[in-house]
Design a binder for this molecule. Structure first.
Ligand code: FAD
Length: 338
């Protein structure tokens, strides 16, 4: 581990000023950047300990006042400060009452200890967990190298990797909570070094590997997430979330799905369906959405929607099991809504 200085940020502006003073124009995701924000620290310190990130300065944003608030308004929806921990979201009654799929996603992420430390801002900004990307010995595509080690047909260990949009990097996004947030059409509030605020949808927050291999989200060095906003649900909004794992405790997702429907009776009027651990970013399945909209929610239609979601899947040598896994999981999630 390299030596670094520690700065305790007192406000968002103060934190951004620290980065302004040490970083020129490096991208947020660059691994040799001079200063880095730390919130819960779970992901950042993994990088530093592995020698993949050698920051000169760590800017602790965890104790900035007002970023740890969570509130719900029946008209405006829910606002979750970027420093709210996963444990706080899990125990929040409004999340359970109005955003069931998010409640489920948070409760099935990581472990109780990790949920006590991890913040929502850090969770959606964390990097992928591809073992080659996380290895200092493998100079992969994402780190500016010439090849994808996971893709290699004979030697590549790609059982946890992407089956959709896997033409360049085949990693999957690590946040299973983002799956549910995207299904609820959540948006991310970001402040930049000039004090300008912008709000982007989760769909626009993530960057596909095909668009920019170095980025997993749009954040730049001089930008901080302050809040995640979920629109207010209607009385006809119903949701479900299911995550499949190899081990029941503390495991990353092999495949997770979040489904948010507007229903009338047992008919789906509009559908928002997102797959996690299927692609390098959380993947909204337009195919599944179209297949189930204006249909009765029953076994046959749920299966048809789940099959539609997998039409574009292109599994790698060792992850073909993900196709039936997603079909069964999505069908089950849709039926949980009926
Ligand atoms: C064994 C294990 C299992 C896990 N399982 C799951 C799982 O099943 N599902 C899941 O979703 N997650 C899982 N996680 C992830 C974990 O829960 C954390 O959410 C995640 O590691 C990062 O959260 P953090 O607050 O510690 O972020 P940090 O490590 O502090 O930060 C992560 C990144 O975000 C940046 N950052 C942090 N806050 C902000 C902000 N406000 N604005 C801009 N940038 C910011 C940091 O600079 C850093 O680049 C798991 C982690 C482990 C170790």
């Amino acid at each position: 581990m390299n030596k670094f200085s520690w700065y305790e940020a007192k406000s968002v502006e103060d934190a951004l000023e620290q980065v302004n003073s040490t970083v020129s124009e490096e991208l947020y995701q660059a691994t040799d950047k001079a200063a880095v924000f730390k919130s819960g620290g779970i992901d950042v310190f993994d990088w530093v300990k592995e020698g993949l990130l050698k920051p000169q300065k760590i800017v602790n944003i965890r104790n900035i006042p007002d970023l740890d608030k969570i509130s719900y308004d029946p008209k405006k929806g829910m606002s979750i400060g970027s420093n709210v921990t996963l444990a706080e979201i899990a125990s929040n009654p409004e999340t359970k009452n109005h955003y069931w799929a998010l409640h489920q996603a948070v409760n099935h992420a990581a472990t109780p200890q990790l949920r006590n430390m991890s913040t929502l801002g850090g969770n959606i900004a964390q990097r992928n967990r591809c073992w080659y990307f996380r290895s200092a010995d493998h100079d992969c595509f994402r780190k500016g190298g010439a090849r994808c080690f996971a893709r290699q047909s004979e030697t590549g260990e790609n059982e946890n990797h992407a089956i959709i949009d896997n033409g360049s990097c085949v990693s999957v996004h690590a946040s299973s909570i983002a799956t549910a947030l995207m299904a609820f059409n959540a948006s991310v509030v970001i402040i930049n070094g000039k004090g300008e605020k912008k709000e982007v949808t989760m769909d626009d927050f993530f960057v596909t590997a095909g668009k920019d291999i170095a980025m997993e989200n749009i954040l730049q060095a001089k930008e901080i997430i302050t809040e995640i906003i979920l629109p207010a649900p209607t009385k006809n909004t119903k949701s479900a979330y299911i995550k499949q794992v190899a081990r029941e405790s503390y495991d990353w997702s092999l495949g997770d799905v979040a489904v948010v429907f507007e229903v009338s009776g047992n008919t789906c009027r509009s559908a928002s369906i997102v797959l996690g651990a299927a692609a390098p970013v959380p993947y909204r399945s337009m195919e599944a959405q179209q297949a189930i909209e204006n249909k009765t929610i029953n076994s046959e239609n749920a299966f048809a929607a789940a099959e539609a979601a997998m039409k574009i899947a292109r599994p790698l040598a060792k992850n073909g099991y993900k196709v039936p896994l997603f079909i069964a999981t999505l069908k089950q999630a849709i039926l949980e809504i009926s």
